[in-house]
Ligand binder design. Structure first.
Ligand SMILES: C[S@@+](CC[C@H](N)C(=O)[O-])C[C@H]1O[C@@H](n2cnc3c(N)ncnc32)[C@H](O)[C@@H]1O
Length: 220
């Protein structure tokens, strides 16, 4: 039932009392957390009534007593130890966090784009413990962060590519970098675009960096 992407996300959820599955749609991530007892309770949240109804329908009846279904925009007043926000754009994820009354202790994020903005936001208030790229038909980013009192810092390469990817490069991340390098080089053979050249510069720098690190086969 769980795709590789959903399984990777579910595996990252830390042990918690209350998990908020924000933008739950089908609800499979929150359901997996209940089945594995990673979360004692799950608040399934979706802005769409139709999607929330799907989650309720998919939730096995014995788990309904540990589940709450809330139709609303983002976290708002819901208090949770951990929030999983997956399959949304990075800017949508930031809007969910910015409208939360109480920020969760843990975040499991899978931004589809604008990963740079998400990483920059997390520096102030969170410590990133995992930031990996993995392949499941396409490439996805998975970020796990824990609340922190100290302001963290990151290099431009870490903001662009993710700290774990750089420190412990997995096979999928290295493959993605090579594909990006090829794609950007191809574009530059046809046009002289400064933005593309800039992107290629950072991809080359990341490749140089990861080539100096041992490959971590446990990541992918
Ligand atoms: C692409 S689905 C992702 C579903 C699931 N999280 C996953 O990763 O497979 C995005 C879901 O987020 C919901 N959504 C988008 N913005 C939202 C918001 N601000 N608050 C709550 N739900 C939202 C949409 O209605 C949709 O069901």
């Amino acid at each position: 039932m769980l795709t590789k992407r959903l399984a990777r996300i579910a595996e990252c959820i830390p042990q918690c009392d209350v998990l908020a599955d924000v933008g739950c749609d089908h609800g499979y991530i929150g359901i997996a957390a209940l089945q594995r007892n990673t979360a004692q309770q799950v608040v399934f949240i979706d802005v769409s009534r139709r999607c929330l109804a799907k989650a309720r329908q998919n939730c096995p009846p014995p788990l309904l007593g540990r589940s709450r279904f809330v139709c609303q925009d983002g976290l708002a007043d819901v208090v949770a130890d951990c929030a999983v926000i997956a399959g949304m754009g990075g800017l949508e994820i930031l809007s969910v966090l910015n409208n939360a009354r109480v920020l969760p202790q843990y975040l499991v994020l899978q931004p589809m784009r604008n990963q740079y903005d998400v990483r920059r936001y997390l520096l102030d208030g969170y410590r990133v413990t995992l930031d990996v790229k993995f392949f499941d038909g396409k490439y996805y980013d998975l970020i796990l962060a824990q609340r922190s009192q100290t302001k963290c810092s990151a290099t431009q390469l870490e903001l662009l590519f993710g700290s774990t990817n750089l420190a412990r490069p997995g096979r999928d991340f290295v493959e993605w970098l090579r594909l990006e390098q090829n794609k950007l080089q191809q574009i530059l053979t046809n046009c002289n675009d400064a933005e593309v050249a800039d992107k290629l510069h950072y991809v080359n720098a990341a490749l140089q960096f990861v080539n100096a690190q041992p490959c971590d086969n446990t990541i992918n």
